[in-house]
Design a protein around this ligand. Structure first.
Ligand SMILES: [Mn+2]
Length: 321
């Protein structure tokens, strides 16, 4: 399959690389690395939606500032490559339309729940990050990793492994990190990723942690992000990233979740949920609500207001303990 991917890249003259909506370090780093490899014949689309701020934290990544606007996309791409995109609904609006009518599409991903929605599905479920999957792909194809590519790949792996802490981090992950460390200054990338936060983000996160609630002898921890709180801190969508991880880090907590109230375009309210666990399989909880994710980190969207969503979640979470 690796050969097939390389042939497709070589035979295409008009390529689009896309990140998932509301991008993180993995999708962005991987996209930059792939753009650095393919060069001028690839456009980059960083999908930004709703109340999501352009991820300035990652502005050090090469080519990020060359991202196209949706309106600038041409409609004759011969190949689209989706990175770190677990399902087709993480590609939205015009991008989705273009994706669906493009004959050749590739998805490169590491989500176990990814069913494969492209022509070529290069999915290695359980690998630490799309960055790691992409590195291995380059490696199998004997493609030389440049400094630019290494910057993107290292950022992807570092952020998606929670700084090499998560269970998906293997000796192979460290081997790759070691090879990349010969090309980039890893401490600088770590600094850029983690000590560059907007002030309101830190204050908002502090609020959410201070107001966390606990259930079942502190085995369950959760916090609620209501519209009022979002307004108070002018919080962007990505400001809540990491909160769930903080709650999970508390001694004795087995399941942590964060609920966020969201008004959709049709004015209905849904609750977006992120879940982090220790021993329990997080997807057992997310899948009750048609969500997906990984063993320790999962998510779902519940079509009800935040308090009703909380009740259903607590009930299912208790059943798992
Ligand atoms: Mn990822």
């Amino acid at each position: 399959m690796e050969r097939e991917i390389l042939n497709l890249i070589n035979d295409s003259s008009n390529i689009l690389i896309i990140t998932h909506i509301n991008p993180d370090g993995d999708t962005l780093g991987s996209a930059c690395a792939l753009k650095a490899y393919i060069g001028d014949k690839a456009d980059l689309l960083i999908q930004i939606k709703d109340n999501f701020e352009f991820p300035n934290t990652y502005s050090f990544l090469p080519y990020l500032n060359k991202s196209k606007n949706l309106s600038d996309l041409n409609d004759n791409y011969d190949l689209i490559i989706a990175l770190d995109i677990a399902s087709i609904d993480r590609i939205v609006g015009t991008a989705r339309e273009i994706f669906e009518k493009t004959p050749n599409t590739i998805v490169i991903d590491h989500h176990k729940t990814n069913q494969g929605f492209a022509k070529i599905n290069y999915i290695k479920g359980g690998i630490s990050s799309t960055g790691e999957v992409l590195y291995d792909l380059f490696d199998k194809l004997n493609i030389e990793i440049t400094k630019e590519m290494a910057t993107g790949l290292y950022c992807a792996i570092l952020t998606d492994t929670g700084c090499f802490k998560y269970e998906s981090t293997t000796s192979h992950t460290f081997e790759i990190a070691s090879r990349l460390s010969k090309l980039v200054e890893t401490y600088k990338i770590a600094d850029l990723c983690y000590t560059n936060k907007p002030k309101n983000l830190v204050l908002f996160q502090n609020y959410l942690v201070t107001n966390a609630k606990f259930a079942n002898d502190d085995k369950i921890a959760y916090t609620l992000i209501t519209k009022e709180i979002i307004d108070k801190y002018s919080a962007k969508d990505e400001y809540s990233e990491g909160i769930c991880e903080t709650l999970r880090s508390i001694m004795g907590v087995e399941i942590a979740f964060v609920l966020k109230e969201k008004t959709l375009d049709d004015n209905s309210t849904v609750t977006k949920v992120s879940i982090r666990t220790k021993e329990i399989d997080a997807t057992k909880l997310s899948q009750k609500f048609n969500g997906g994710g990984h063993k320790r980190a999962a998510g779902c969207t519940i079509k009800s207001k935040i308090n009703a969503a909380l009740d259903s979640l607590l009930k299912e979470a208790r059943a798992l303990l």
